[in-house]
Ligand binder design. Structure first.
Ligand SMILES: Nc1ncnc2c1ncn2[C@@H]1O[C@H](COP(=O)(O)OP(=O)(O)OP(=O)(O)O)[C@@H](O)[C@H]1O
Ligand SMILES: O=P(O)(O)OC[C@H]1O[C@H](OP(=O)(O)OP(=O)(O)O)[C@H](O)[C@@H]1O
Ligand SMILES: O=C(O)c1cccnc1
Ligand SMILES: [Mg+2]
Length: 560
């Protein structure tokens, strides 16, 4: 691992943790009010007071009943390397009011996150509203500075991971899902983040080369219409020779071989009359692509006419390659009725397989793209289609169906004193106290409920009945006898607590966790239409305490 310039920060138990993937993630990537508050805490002599903040969201996105948590590794990379540079201190000195005392900047110069503790749900977990994703403890001025970057690093990451997981859910396990969003993403960081988190959410590969290099995500791609339309005629192809796959012979004129196959297909019994003269510039483009990539030949078949030109031209080149021992990869459809066209293509491929005795030709991979989203995937499934792989961009990476997750960071305790934030809107009342949370599993091994308890309450026990209460609705409660109890918050940054630190898993492990967690959910929580809400609860003791504190903090109105 690479050491950061700022020396000791980033080092933990002798292991160095890289800085954030995006170098723009620095201590200044925060809202100004975090610094003005930090100054006011400092001025009041409060800055070292030990505070506990919870990071959570209030509502699942995309009209769903689940969310996938992502962005944790970037948060840990950020705090592991949290340190102000002299330039940053100078900038703050210039921008904060001139009345700010010099000693405050000396204080800022000295801070890092060595006495901050971060407890978090493992990245890639399925999570639910109100249950802390992160619990951050430390000196209030420092932890306050972490609010905006943490929320920023988790909000889009979790949203787009969830979006990817939802696309995977509709597409089904057997389909190949390719993330094609870089050109449409919200800037470079949006593009890189989308590729990383869509992979975690269950996509198989990305077209984004930088993301492939940074994270080791498999890269995949086809070619564009420009490549096809850049060719005018087969005469443009200068070097027409192609060595056979086993190197034993050379075909001197691969262009003619493809043309010969085209007329064989055209006049074959089962295909006679289906197409006439195909577009010869398209045939030239396909032939040229096959000469460049004989082992990975694929073709975008919708530039001129899918059925009358693209598919026959592709088959002609694929059969020519087959003569030389190569196996073509498949086609991409990027317009039109994808259900109809994919089925037509499949029929054509099967006919070729039978007519010319080419085993496997009928199973040629059909990739579809063009403004796909959950709804279009669902519509295609309902109609029936023959697509094997979907390339999805705009709707996926921009999270078109919902712009943000609404993650918040709320103070729940200071100096061991629980704090609450009240609101007219009950869903916005925060759940006070430094808490623990658990996932309780039922007899059928599905998760049944998440429960939050006070930090010092005894944990729920397998086989022991526990009362789970809705945090704010008195009448909603249930007894649960868990068959398995999983504590949700694990220590990812122990500060000076001496606790053992969870190792940050690899991207592949996070992805596997995500896929497993989604699979173990009860299906009615996962369905697209009117899914059943998953239960989030508090212990009886925490329930009583929340309501005691609520009454204590809320002024009594007076009617006149
Ligand atoms: N069988 C289908 N059922 C439902 N939606 C489909 C089906 N086939 C394609 N679509 C979707 O319909 C939309 C078609 O969009 P649009 O009309 O802009 O494209 P097009 O006319 O096919 O392509 P282009 O304009 O690029 O030639 C896309 O969002 C596509 O994903
Ligand atoms: O449709 P998306 O889900 O965003 O997927 C990515 C799109 O990007 C490419 O073409 P582009 O949109 O640049 O041009 P085109 O649609 O006119 O071919 C590709 O052909 C897809 O259509
Ligand atoms: O490789 C592709 O086919 C591709 C990549 C990005 C966007 N559209 C298509
Ligand atoms: Mg498009």
């Amino acid at each position: 691992m690479e050491a950061k310039a700022n020396g000791l920060n980033g080092e933990y138990s002798g292991r160095l943790i890289d800085g954030p993937t995006n170098p723009m993630v620095t201590p200044l990537l925060t809202d100004q009010y975090q610094f003005t508050m930090a100054y006011a805490y400092w001025k009041a002599g409060k800055h070292q007071e030990r505070a506990v903040f919870d990071l959570y969201f209030r509502k699942n996105p995309f009209r769903g009943e689940y969310t996938v948590f992502a962005g944790l590794e970037e948060c840990i990379r950020f705090i592991a390397n949290f340190k102000f540079t002299e330039e940053e201190i100078d900038f703050l000195r210039q921008t904060l009011p001139s009345s700010c005392e010099d000693r405050f900047f000396d204080y800022l110069r000295g801070i890092d996150c060595s006495d901050v503790e971060v407890y978090a749900v493992p990245e890639g977990s399925v999570v639910f509203p109100k249950v802390p994703l992160l619990r951050v403890e430390g000196p209030i001025a420092v932890v306050q500075l972490l609010e905006t970057p943490f929320v920023n690093l988790i909000n889009y990451a979790s949203l787009v991971t969830t979006n990817a997981a939802r696309h995977r859910f509709v597409a089904g396990k057997s389909k190949i899902l390719l993330e094609f969003g870089l050109r449409r993403a919200q800037g470079p960081d949006g593009g890189i983040g989308a590729s990383k988190y869509c992979y975690i959410g269950g996509f198989d590969a990305t077209s984004n080369v930088a993301a492939g290099r940074l994270f080791g995500i498999p890269l995949r791609g086809t070619h564009s219409h420009a490549f096809v339309s850049s060719f005018m005629s087969p005469d443009e192809i200068i070097d027409k020779s192609l060595l056979s796959s086993d190197g034993s012979s050379t075909c001197e004129d691969f262009v003619s071989l493809a043309q010969t196959w085209l007329s064989k297909i055209q006049w074959s019994n089962p295909l006679r009359g289906i197409f006439g003269e195909t577009n010869q510039s398209e045939l030239a483009a396909f032939t040229s692509y096959a000469l460049a990539f004989p082992n990975h030949f694929l073709a975008l078949v919708d530039t001129y006419d899918v059925v009358r030109s693209g598919i026959p031209n592709f088959c002609a080149v694929a059969l020519a390659l087959n003569d030389l021992g190569y196996k073509a990869a498949g086609i991409r459809l990027d317009s039109g009725d994808l259900a109809y066209l994919s089925s037509e293509a499949r029929k054509f491929f099967r006919t070729i397989e039978k007519e010319f005795g080419v085993p496997g030709f009928g199973k040629m991979i059909i990739t579809a793209s063009n403004d796909l989203n959950e709804e279009t995937l669902d519509a295609l499934n309902k109609q029936g289609h023959d697509v094997d792989a979907f390339g999805i961009g705009t709707y996926l990476v921009t999270c078109y169906a919902q712009a943000a997750l609404g993650v918040v960071f709320k103070l729940v305790e200071i100096n061991n004193q629980p704090r609450i934030k009240l609101s007219e809107d009950v869903s916005k009342v925060s759940i006070p106290c430094k808490k623990r949370s658990y996932r309780l599993y039922g007899r059928e091994s599905y998760p049944l409920v998440d429960i939050m308890t006070g930090e010092n309450e005894p944990p729920p026990k397998v086989g022991e009945r526990i009362l789970c209460r809705h945090p704010f609705n008195e009448s909603k409660r249930a007894y649960v006898v868990p068959q398995r109890v999983e504590e949700l918050l694990k220590c990812y940054w122990p500060g000076t607590s001496g606790k053992e630190r969870e190792i940050l898993p690899s991207l592949k492990d996070i992805r596997e966790r995500c896929i497993k967690q989604l699979e173990q959910m009860r299906p009615d929580h996962m369905r697209r239409l009117n899914p059943t809400p998953y239960k989030v609860s508090v212990s009886a003791k925490l329930y009583d305490f929340i309501h005691f504190l609520w009454l204590n903090e809320a002024p009594v109105g007076e009617l006149q």
